[in-house]
Design a binder for this molecule. Structure first.
Ligand SMILES: NC(=O)c1ccc[n+]([C@@H]2O[C@H](COP(=O)([O-])OP(=O)(O)OC[C@H]3O[C@@H](n4cnc5c(N)ncnc54)[C@H](O)[C@@H]3O)[C@@H](O)[C@H]2O)c1
Length: 414
């Protein structure tokens, strides 16, 4: 494909802003073999705002649509970047795949494992590209850790980890700007729309990173609590009381024999600390920066105090390790992972999506990887729901589904 790849953005809310900045960054680096030609959101004010921003860097104004059906009928795109809420992912992605349009969909891949499996099956049957926008693994810190644990081995083989991240209640919902959007800020509080709470939303990033660092997760045992459930008033007058967890204690076992714990809460008044420790045969990695290098809900986005500790007392900073890693990469590897020198993980995934369409490349996080990461997060909920350890494979194949079943029933997935 020599002409520009025509991209459509579906869902112009929070994270779509980061995607838009990513496309702009690529364009400014001279990587302009794509053009954003269409924007789609059920809230017209959002597409209008995005259209202005796109025109400012691209020089041409994308067409605005208020429904996916109109956008498909217009036949104007070579691929769509889907940034809608979790419950919409499968319906929107499947519509485009059936129409032969490649899709990149935000994480978590689907609202439930069944939703994600439908997407995977549709991609396989139609042969159309489906990529999952999982950016965390692409951060420089995460790439360096993946190298440390799998190739470099200066610490020997990893064998366990302990992650703890706690804060007091401080995740207020923002008031919506547009009156017609009032339900949409609340979707994260509604299990039917979000599939779960932060284990699904942010935790799925960590699940993906764990798979990349240490390989397949075999079992999960978890307990969850909701100490301070949020409530909100919907525009139809209903008061919604969120079921989502605000404390989660989980233990993972891996196929390679590793074990690890992930404990987090945002409902422990007065608490505010983060401690991430990855233990290996000959040393360990320690990070105490919430949101930093090894952040449990993502990572690599802010400077961090991560350090690598060796048994001889040597201590390296995370930054030292990143430099060692970059020096070890050859030119081709650097260009593949950090195209045009771009370090921003969202921009990298947007670049990869365009390249997959343009050059027929396979995405790094395809539907199989997206489903696997989602299945680990779902296994946390299923285990907490049934009070027993569960096998991730049983959750991935929906042999265990009691927690997710009401959501599957609501969306007619079962
Ligand atoms: N990668 C990350 O770091 C990251 C960060 C935040 C959110 N996310 C993910 O991005 C997705 C969106 O989250 P958000 O925070 O941007 O949500 P949001 O509510 O801010 O944005 C969603 C947008 O989708 C629009 N929308 C809803 N249904 C639609 C439909 N059928 N057709 C067109 N538009 C529709 C809404 O009007 C809204 O503008 C979620 O999957 C979330 O988990 C990823």
């Amino acid at each position: 494909m020599s002409k520009k790849v025509k991209i459509g953005m579906v869902g112009c809310g929070g994270i779509a802003n980061a995607h838009l900045e990513g496309y702009q960054m690529l364009w400014e680096k001279g990587c302009d073999h794509f053009e954003i030609v269409a924007l789609c959101d059920v809230v017209p004010a959002r597409t209008a705002e995005f259209a202005e921003k796109v025109a400012a860097f691209q020089g041409s104004t994308p067409r605005c649509f208020s429904s996916v059906e109109e956008l498909i009928a217009a036949k104007v795109v070579d691929g769509v970047d889907v940034c809608t809420l979790h419950a919409d992912h499968h319906a929107t992605a499947i519509r485009f795949l059936e129409a032969g349009v490649p899709v990149m969909v935000e994480k978590p891949m689907g609202v439930t494992v069944r939703a994600a499996r439908r997407m995977l099956e549709t991609a396989r049957r139609t042969g159309v590209l489906l990529s999952v926008a999982e950016n965390s693994r692409r951060g420089l810190g995460q790439r360096a850790m993946t190298w440390l644990f799998n190739e470099n081995q200066q610490l020997g083989a990893p064998h366990s980890f302990a992650i703890e991240y706690v804060t007091g209640p401080k995740l207020p919902l923002e008031a919506p700007k547009e009156p017609e959007a009032v339900d949409q800020v609340n979707w994260r509080m509604d299990k039917l729309q979000a599939g779960g709470g932060w284990t699904y939303d942010g935790g799925v990033h960590l699940m993906d990173s764990l798979m990349v660092y240490f390989g397949p997760v075999e079992t999960v045992y978890a307990q969850q609590r909701a100490f301070a459930p949020d409530t909100t008033l919907l525009k139809d007058g209903r008061r919604l009381v969120s079921e989502r967890e605000d404390l989660c204690l989980a233990t993972f076992t891996f196929r390679n024999g590793m074990v690890g714990t992930w404990n987090w809460s945002y409902a422990l008044p007065g608490a505010d600390f983060c401690r991430v420790a990855f233990y290996c045969e000959r040393g360990y990695v320690l990070d105490s920066t919430a949101g930093g290098w090894t952040h449990t809900f993502g990572g690599g986005f802010i400077p961090s105090d991560a350090a690598v500790f060796l048994p001889d007392g040597t201590r390296k900073t995370g930054r030292d390790l990143e430099l060692e890693y970059l020096l070890d990469l050859d030119e081709a590897g650097r260009e593949r992972l950090f195209p045009h020198g771009v370090r921003r993980s969202v921009a990298q995934e947007c670049h990869e999506f365009v390249d997959c369409i343009r050059l027929g490349r396979a995405p790094e996080v395809g539907p199989e990887e997206g489903l696997e990461g989602l299945a680990i997060a779902a296994a946390v909920y299923e285990s907490a729901h049934c009070g027993q350890a569960v096998r991730v494979e049983d959750v991935r194949e929906s042999r265990i589904d009691a927690y997710q079943r009401p959501v599957d029933q609501h969306w007619r997935l079962v």
